[in-house]
Design a protein around this ligand. Structure first.
Ligand SMILES: NC(=O)c1ccc[n+]([C@@H]2O[C@H](COP(=O)([O-])OP(=O)(O)OC[C@H]3O[C@@H](n4cnc5c(N)ncnc54)[C@H](O)[C@@H]3O)[C@@H](O)[C@H]2O)c1
Ligand SMILES: O=C(O)C[C@H](O)C(=O)O
Ligand SMILES: [Mg+2]
Length: 471
């Protein structure tokens, strides 16, 4: 499996052409499992040649083996090894850019003082004008406290920044939304709510990201109540929207109706709770939740209030035990916990033609290649396997829609509309076990989500502007 270490590296090699050839170097790299994807000639002498060789490898161990082999190869000097992923992060991944140049004093006095003051006063007189005269109309804050970053846990606000910068890139590339990564140096619920409210005037929406449960539920709920712009905890609702779309299509493929399906959700945190709620709302046959304390059931009282709610609304047969007992006879496994938790034996104990969505990032609950022969459909959260169930399919489009109709919130109807839109991009003819969900690069996904979600916002009465094509 291309695990957390799956990456590409650039080896700068100096070759003494009297003693070796590039062919020898290339075959040694190949023998050790490296895939050469690019070669750049840096210096081409008669005796000495320097080349940058870009190699993709499966894991960190392979990097060590290849670099060691290059150091020991006769006639080769390893000058440098660079990791392309780190190179791409040098200086961060995004920047701000003015829309118009400031070329003379006249420009200066219009974008800045004194003329800008007239625009300020117009907004003071009519605050709604912030949507037309500032970046608010197209801007989303991606807010994290660094407490549940991917499946890496509480790694803090600075370490969370690369993910939030990445989310901002995705917002821009896929939906032309200008998003700002904002990582807070607090994990206190009241302080987060206060801070987000204080920065809200600049934004048309708030995308909460990687805030651990159960705090994330209260933070989102309070901000939704207290702000007049959409607040959307992506790990909850973005994930739920995409999961539901993927599951509807996977069930279409295996021919099992949702109302007769038994599903297990492993990891009853932010994403697990939201995915469970959408499944319950959609009418799933039976749902069982498993977390660190085993199967959640009514016979126990949990310190986590959300788990008490969960136990009361799921597991009608009162099953107890751990993951092994939960998956017995289940049709669907949904992992939103941590890497490597699901074993082959677990999948073997599931019902006929099981569906496995191992969505923990960056390492799924089980590697797809371990269960290819057992599962009818396998999906992960990653882009390097087929069937990527990842909230990136949802958040750009749903915020594009919310901003375009100046929605005050993102309602349940809007989320279901987004799920339907995503699912509908896979036609009956295209649907197969490796294609239950469109790629994030599918050219129609954002447009379809926008269309359905704006319509749903209008019909739920939360749209404050009707885009021309909907009038
Ligand atoms: N594919 C996607 O789009 C997507 C979206 C959101 C989250 N995720 C992934 O899902 C996971 C959870 O994210 P979250 O935001 O809900 O985090 P979270 O911290 O809110 O929830 C994680 C839950 O998993 C449980 N858990 C962890 N280790 C466990 C174990 N060994 N056994 C049983 N339960 C265990 C935790 O107790 C917690 O309740 C992460 O790996 C994240 O990357 C994927
Ligand atoms: O960031 C991702 O790839 C998806 C999700 O938001 C996660 O936290 O794992
Ligand atoms: Mg996340």
């Amino acid at each position: 499996m291309a695990g957390l270490g799956g990456k590409s590296i650039i080896l700068r090699l100096e070759m003494n052409l009297q003693e070796t050839t590039f062919g020898k170097v290339a075959s040694r790299i190949g023998e050790l499992g490296g895939d050469i994807v690019a070669i750049d000639v840096i210096q081409a002498g008669r005796e000495v040649s320097v080349r940058d060789v870009t190699v993709t490898v499966g894991d960190s161990l392979q990097i060590e083996r290849i670099t060691e082999a290059m150091r020991n190869l006769q006639g080769v000097k390893l000058i440098n090894v660079s990791d392309r992923t780190f190179l791409l992060h040098l200086g961060g991944k995004i920047e701000t850019r003015p829309k118009t140049p400031i070329q003379n004093r006249d420009d200066l006095s219009r974008v800045y003082t004194p003329d800008v003051a007239r625009v300020c006063l117009a907004i003071k007189d009519e605050p709604r004008k912030a949507f037309t005269l500032t970046i608010k109309r197209n801007t989303v804050a991606v807010v994290s406290d660094g407490s549940a970053v991917l499946g890496l846990g509480n790694i803090g606000p600075e370490a969370a920044m690369p993910v939030m910068e990445g989310k901002a890139m995705l917002f821009k590339q896929f939906a032309d939304v200008d998003a700002f990564p904002i990582c807070l140096n607090t994990q206190d619920t009241d302080e987060i709510v206060r801070t987000v409210k204080a920065i809200a005037p600049a934004f048309g929406g708030i995308n909460l990201e990687d805030i651990s449960s159960p705090r994330c539920f209260e933070i989102e709920e309070r901000l939704r109540r207290e702000l007049d712009i959409p607040v959307f905890h992506d790990d909850q609702h973005g994930t739920a929207v995409v999961l539901f779309a993927g599951l509807l299509n996977a069930l279409r493929l295996v021919g099992k109706p949702l109302s007769q399906v038994r599903a297990v959700v492993c990891g009853i945190g932010a994403a697990g709770v939201a995915c469970s709620k959408i499944l319950l709302a959609g009418g799933i046959g039976e749902l069982i939740g498993v977390d660190r304390e085993g199967i959640l059931h009514r016979g126990r009282r949990y310190a986590n209030e959300m788990w008490n709610w969960y136990a009361a609304h799921t597991n009608p047969r009162g099953v107890t035990g751990g993951l092994r007992e939960a998956v017995e006879g289940a049709d669907v496994f949904i992992g939103l916990s941590a890497g490597g938790l699901l074993k082959r034996e677990h999948v073997a104990a599931m019902a006929d033609r099981p569906i496995v969505f191992a969505m923990a990032n960056p390492t799924p609950e089980i590697a797809p290649e371990e269960i290819e022969d057992l599962a009818a459909v396998i999906a992960t959260g990653r882009s390097d396997y087929p069937n990527q169930i990842n909230n990136v399919l949802c958040f750009p489009g749903i915020f594009r829609a919310a901003l375009d109709c100046r929605s005050s919130q993102i309602t349940e109807e809007m989320k279901l509309a987004a799920s339907r839109a995503i699912a509908s991009t896979v036609s009956d003819g295209e649907l197969n076990e490796h294609y239950i969900i469109p790629s994030v690069f599918h050219s129609q996904v954002v447009a379809r989500i926008r269309e359905e979600v704006v319509a749903a916002a209008i019909s739920s009465g939360v749209a404050r502007r009707i885009p021309r094509e909907f009038r």
